[in-house]
Design a protein around this ligand. Structure first.
Ligand code: ATP
Ligand code: SKM
Ligand code: MG
Length: 168
């Protein structure tokens, strides 16, 4: 494979962290989560960054982290659900890695994210927020080189599919 990182993109709850860790174990590559890197760098949870500094400040930090992390190699990079919205991020991702988008049905996402109420963009009426955001981001992940619907597939099968495509 010519590309030296795998970049996982996708809406919240599509399985980026879970699949990313599985791939990391199988390939022996480092697992990196851009949301976690931002939290460590800023010393607070994402919900606090949104609350204290606003979404724009978070997006700027996110773009910087993506650019920096993509300079490394042999990494599985799980990105924030909204990281794909900036064109520069999409360009950097495609240049620095094999970009895989994970998707899932709205019902599945609602079920998965309902278990964790800390996400700043899905506070309150989770079902309504997820459906609205999904509609807004309908084509946001289409730029990926491989798109996998995770609704019906176990994590191991998804990881295998990604590894098969990397060999091509
Ligand atoms: N293929 C799958 N089948 C069943 N459950 C899954 C699958 N992938 C992930 N899950 C479950 O869905 C939940 C969300 O998964 P995960 O945290 O990996 O998503 P994410 O895309 O990283 O979300 P976020 O964008 O919020 O970081 C977890 O409880 C996880 O165990
Ligand atoms: O979909 C989004 O815009 C977000 C997803 C999360 O991964 C975090 O990056 C943050 O909560 C924003
Ligand atoms: Mg995650």
């Amino acid at each position: 494979m010519s590309k030296s990182n795998i970049v996982l993109v996708g809406f919240m709850g599509t399985g980026k962290s879970t699949v990313g860790k599985e791939l990391s174990n199988r390939l022996g590559w480092t697992f990196t989560d851009t949301d976690t890197l931002i939290e460590v760098q800023q010393g607070m949870p994402i919900s606090e960054i949104f609350r204290l500094h606003g979404e724009a400040a978070f997006r700027k930090a996110e773009s910087d982290v993506i650019e920096t992390v993509l300079k490394g190699e042999r990494q599985i990079i799980s990105t924030g659900g909204g990281a794909v919205l900036a064109e520069q991020n999409r360009t950097n991702m495609l240049q620095g890695g094999f970009v895989v988008a994970l998707s899932a049905s709205a019902e599945t996402i609602i079920q998965r994210v309902s278990q964790d109420q800390t996400r700043p963009l899905v506070q309150g009426n989770v079902e309504e927020r997820v459906k609205t955001l999904l509609q807004t981001r309908k084509h946001a992940y289409d730029f990926a080189e491989l798109i996998i619907d995770t609704t019906q597939h176990p994590v191991s099968a998804i990881a295998e599919l990604i590894m098969e495509h990397m060999k091509k």
